[in-house]
Design a binder for this molecule. Sequence first.
Ligand code: FE2
Length: 151
Amino acid sequence: MLSRKAEDYLEAILNIVEKKGYTRVKDIASALNIKPSSVVEMLKRLNDMGLVEYRKYDGVTLTPKGREIASVVKDRHDTIKAFLEIIKVPEKIADKDACIIEHELEAKTIEQLKNFVRFVKSAPDYPQWLEHFETFCKTGVHPCEERSIKY
Ligand code: FE2
């Protein structure tokens, strides 16, 4: 099992590589809000674990194994973030909290969250229950209750 911190590094490196095509220590430092000296220390450890390739002046790349782990973490992140946004958590908060939750959940929970996100997003029209949920968040009253239609 990798530490949370290690997972965060791999995820951050993957995100930066996807955006810029390469990664430098300072990119990781600013993405994770960590001092460059601490980043270097962690990169050396990840390098020794065979998860990244870190060469002092050439920057950082993920090894195939590192990339595989990073992809899993990123997929968890995207799933949790999408779920939180469906239940109307603002994007910035959803992004931040996804990064906290992503390390802890059982694979089955992630799978079901993913199914739920896919289910909602594949609806041909904006789901009515979701509209009702939005109203409920604002008013505390279920629209069906207002019209006295009970499920
Ligand atoms: Fe994350």
